[in-house]
Write a protein that binds this ligand. Structure first.
Ligand code: PEP
Ligand code: MG
Length: 560
């Protein structure tokens, strides 16, 4: 067994130890695959495979609770449905190879469910999963998707799609280890929100065998393998450090040592996230990633469904501000119910607010739902649009939102053009929030999911800080709020820099809040400005970090 230590980028703090399990890719089937058995023998094997899938789903349903158990039981019943087997039989008799007969039978059923729409159409993803599992069993290869062995596992993969990550809650996964991915990839963001330790951009993970014991440290990026992982704590996750500050984590509102308020808000993507964050000191929600609610959906969520979820979140945060971001569909977060067709370069294509030109009714329905939710929760709400490039786009969005009765309207600053002309945008909106993840990607022309480009995506890149400074100055000049909701806000030292550059609020995964709060409490607003200047005077991200650290160490003092 291979032992030793490998390294990647720690993106979600905490550590966990468990056996490694790989996310297997689905097996592709084709009508041209060789036919190796008689239809009767093939049908017998398909019956066995679908039966095994049904049994596995039923077993998982027994282990899971609540809604998950219901879904898994329904999935088990679909796998055991005799008409699915009959459909596969018809395909076999028409000359189809064994695995492909399953694929075709499943496709036939999916088309039927989709034609029904509503709840049944939602089951299409589960049915496809059954087919993929059945095909893998027939081919004698590992089941695709997240393994569910019934004991804790560290999940490894090249990278995880948003759809894979959506099925992580309630699974056996105690930590993530991916070959690709950067600090702002969605794998990193979701891991943080789920409190799962995660190491990304670890190319050596590709060579690790399934079943080896690994210990993953999501703070340092260190992964110990085999006997080297055996020491220390017991299997499973350990308590996650809230931050690495030497000072006891303070509580209360975000502010600098000289009492300048800096609201420390939460990034949430699910109702569960929101409830967990609402139970902390979090001063509100700075970014509600609504697309995360609907990643697996094939049909557009209805106004009633959306209203219910938004009302739940607004109620949980009663008395605290909530910024709902409209659907950031496209690129790395494709939503099946808003198909955008093939694009050569989706990150530069139709995504975020741009999808509203193709699907205006989706934006209208969402804004209607948000306004209804605010009324039913008896409170105010803020909305903002992602991927806005120009003041005209911002103005159109504000107009549409106001037509829906929403009066606190902002946009994200994620495109360099929007940062360069932030003043014009701020003139037409009530607030802006800087998405440093995308702003970094577009400033440096480096795909945020590409592990190999991590150095360019480093949020300490002075070019990115320069753009943040432009937005901060435009906000100050107009007396309008400038938030930061990208991952940069969760690095305590960088948080001080962002405040120095003019950020009036910072939004992050709740796990990061105590360390950011501790850092800001020890620095005055002027200290933050000095540290920001030091960072911006550097050439390159590494030097920016060092210069900021030196300036900070000279000025930070234990809060009175
Ligand atoms: C960002 O781009 O910084 C951001 C907060 O949005 P997302 O990560 O969801 O693209
Ligand atoms: Mg973004």
């Amino acid at each position: 067994m291979r032992a030793g230590t490998i390294r990647g980028l720690g993106v979600s703090p905490g550590s966990a130890k468990a056996t490694l399990a790989r996310l297997a890719p689905p097996v592709a089937t084709a009508s041209t695959d060789p036919v190796t058995e008689q239809p009767e023998a093939a049908l017998g094997r398909i019956e066995w495979a679908l039966g095994a899938v049904a049994a596995e789903m039923a077993e998982r349903a027994d282990r899971a609770g609540g809604v998950a158990a219901e879904i898994l039981s329904t999935t088990s019943a679909m796998a055991a449905d005799p008409s699915l087997l009959e459909a596969a039989g018809r395909q076999l008799r028409a000359g189809s190879p064994t695995g492909h007969a399953v694929t075709l039978a499943v496709a036939e059923f999916c088309a039927m469910l989709e034609a029904h729409g509503g709840y049944l159409a939602e089951r299409v993803t589960d049915l496809r999963d059954i087919g993929a599992r059945g095909v893998a069993l027939l081919a004698g290869v590992p089941m695709p998707g997240i393994p569910a062995p019934g004991h804790p596992i560290v999940l490894t993969a090249r990278d995880l799609s948003p759809a894979d990550t959506a099925t992580l809650p309630g699974s056996d996964v105690v930590a993530l280890l991916t070959e690709e991915g950067g600090p702002t990839s969605h794998t990193a963001i979701l891991a943080k929100s789920l409190g799962l330790p995660a190491v990304v951009g670890c190319s050596a993970a590709a060579e690790l065998p399934d079943g080896v014991m690994v210990s993953v440290d999501g703070s340092t990026g260190e992964v110990r393998v085999g006997p080297d992982a055996m020491g220390g704590d017991r299997t499973g996750p350990t308590t996650r450090p809230a931050g690495s500050s030497a000072v006891a984590a303070p509580a209360g509102p975000g502010r600098t040592r000289d009492a300048q308020p800096v609201a420390l808000l939460s990034n949430v993507g699910t109702v569960a996230d929101a409830h967990a964050a609402a139970a902390t000191d979090s001063e509100g929600v700075g970014l509600f990633r609504t697309e995360f609610l609907f990643l697996g959906r094939r049909s557009q969520p209805t106004i009633d469904e959306q209203t219910e979820v938004y009302t739940d979140v607004l109620t949980a945060f009663r008395g605290r501000p909530v910024v709902v971001r409209t659907l950031d569909a496209g690129s790395d977060k494709p939503l099946p119910f808003l198909p955008l067709g093939p694009e050569d370069n989706p990150a530069l294509g139709v995504r975020g607010l741009r999808t509203a030109t193709r699907y205006p009714e989706a934006l209208a329905d969402q804004l209607t739902s948000v306004a209804k939710a605010a009324r039913s929760a008896g409170r105010s709400v803020r909305v903002m649009a992602p991927m806005v490039a120009t003041a005209e786009e911002a103005e159109r969005f504000v107009g549409t939102a106001r037509e829906h009765g929403l009066d606190d309207v902002g946009v994200m600053i994620e495109v360099p053009a929007a940062a360069l002309r932030a003043g014009e945008l701020l003139d037409v909106v009530d607030f802006v929030s800087i998405g440093t993840n995308d702003l970094g990607q577009y400033t440096m022309a480096a795909d945020r999911a590409a592990g190999a480009l991590g150095h360019l995506l480093d949020p300490w890149q002075p070019a990115l800080l320069d753009l943040v400074a432009l937005v901060g100055a435009a906000g100050r000049a107009r007396g309008k709020p400038v938030g930061v909701c990208g991952e940069a806000a969760s690095d305590p030292l960088l948080a001080a820099v962002l405040v120095g550059l003019g950020a009036t609020s910072l939004s992050m995964a709740p796990v990061s809040r105590p360390a950011v709060l501790a850092e800001l409490r020890g620095l005055s607003a002027e200290d933050c400005a000095v540290i920001a200047d030091a960072a911006r005077s550097a050439i390159g991200a590494e030097q920016a970090r060092i210069r900021a650290r030196e300036a900070r160490d000279q000025r930070w003092s234990v809060p009175a």
